[in-house]
Ligand binder design. Structure first.
Ligand code: PLP
Length: 378
């Protein structure tokens, strides 16, 4: 199947008992055995659930993977990757990861004697230079949240292979519609399904995708042992959302490109970062490895924090909200919202200035979004 067919069809067949075209929500905690030792493939929903399994197969197929393992949030998926490490291990990580990821690493995971080096992974040499004898994992986010730094996945994949280190990619901002990290040598692709995959601000969820049998066994074991699993209803809502992923991503990309250009030309805007603008430092890499530049834009306003606050408080259509990747256009102030838990010194060192504003461009008519931004910038 081609990608646009997979989003509608992969892993989904008519329900065997009724022919229902939409998979049923198997809202059951447990399953009755026919006799001792004989079940129908399911015994307890923490371990497996038919609705979840359909979603897992669909997501695996979209990313070109053999296995998908779903979790109750993107963070639960990230945590499950941490659980395959051991005390004494070291991780090389992109320096501009989502604030919740660095919060987990720096405040929780370090307590288990796992250490982290943060590097600007847009320069693959910096990734290689940070590798130590005990490095077990390279964790890349591309494009990053919120600075939209792009990493050359092929170059980092070769480094990971050369050193025999596991390679994981948080591909939440790209989605499998625009980028499939397993094709570039990643062992693990991770998504917060809360974002573009479900697409309508209707659920919180996460997924890990891999082709590696051993990793799949480990992640299934962690999923069953810890139980951070999505509800059958959330899986069903995610499946419904995915059916329009290709159409939505086309529109997100088209709208974001137009809005990034509008902002870049606006006299009140100091700087616009969007991987689809030739001014983006990794524009050439983004152009080679992505099939579109997604819907995320970050910008710095002239006039710093007061200008940023004034803009956000003056918008009528764009919603001032934490999340991203949904049909509604949303605007965020990372310093006080998504990255508020990153200490100020560290935040500024990472380039997350107080005046930075992040825009998640939705699928409304782009002229309405531009009109709203325009009146708010005035
Ligand atoms: N990874 C990225 C890039 C994110 O933007 C987020 C959330 O914003 C997460 C992971 C965490 O996902 P969730 O909020 O579903 O736990």
């Amino acid at each position: 199947m081609k990608f646009d067919t997979k989003v509608v069809r992969a892993g989904i067949s008519p329900d065997p008992s009724t022919g229902a075209i939409v998979p049923p929500i198997y809202q059951s905690a447990t399953y009755v055995l026919e006799e001792v030792g004989k079940d129908k493939g399911y015994d307890y929903t923490r371990a497996s659930n038919p609705t979840r399994e359909i979603l897992e197969n669909n997501l695996a197929s979209l990313d070109g993977g053999k296995y998908g393992i779903c979790f109750s949030s993107g963070m639960a998926a990230v945590d499950s990757v941490m659980k395959i490490l051991k005390a004494g291990d070291h991780v090389v990580c992109s320096d501009d990861v989502y604030g919740g990821v660095s919060r987990m690493y720096n405040n929780l995971i370090v307590n288990y004697n796992i250490s982290f080096s943060y590097v600007n992974s847009s320069d693959p040499q910096k990734v290689e230079d940070a590798i130590l004898d005990n490095t077990r994992l390279i964790w890349i986010e591309t494009p990053t949240n919120p600075l939209l730094k792009v990493t050359d996945l092929d170059a980092v994949g070769k480094i990971a292979k050369k050193h025999g280190i596991l390679y994981g990619v948080d591909s939440t901002f790209s989605t499998p519609s625009l980028l499939r990290p397993l094709e570039y040598g990643a062992d693990i692709t991770m998504h917060s399904t809360t974002k573009y995959l479900s697409g309508h601000n209707q659920i919180i969820g996460g997924v890990l995708i891999t082709n590696n049998d051993e990793l799949n066994e480990k992640f299934k074991f962690i999923q069953k042992s810890v139980g951070a699993v999505p509800s059958p209803f959330d899986c069903w809502l995610t499946l419904l959302g995915i059916k329009t992923l290709s159409l939505r991503m086309q529109r997100h990309c088209e709208n974001a490109q137009a809005i990034a250009q509008f902002l870049e030309d606006h006299p009140q805007v100091e700087k616009v970062t969007y991987p689809g603008l030739p001014s983006h430092p990794q524009y050439d890499i983004a152009k080679t490895q992505m099939e579109g530049y997604s819907g995320m834009i970050s910008m710095e306003l002239k006039g710093g924090i007061p200008a940023g606050i004034s803009l956000m408080n003056s918008l009528n259509l764009c919603s001032l909200a934490e999340s991203l990747g949904a049909v509604e256009t949303m605007i965020t102030h990372p310093a006080t919202m998504t990255h508020a838990d990153v200490p100020k010194d560290e935040r500024l060192a990472r380039g997350l200035t107080d005046g930075l504003v992040r825009l998640s461009v939705g699928i409304e008519d782009k002229l309405d979004i531009i009109e709203d931004l325009s009146q708010a910038l005035e």
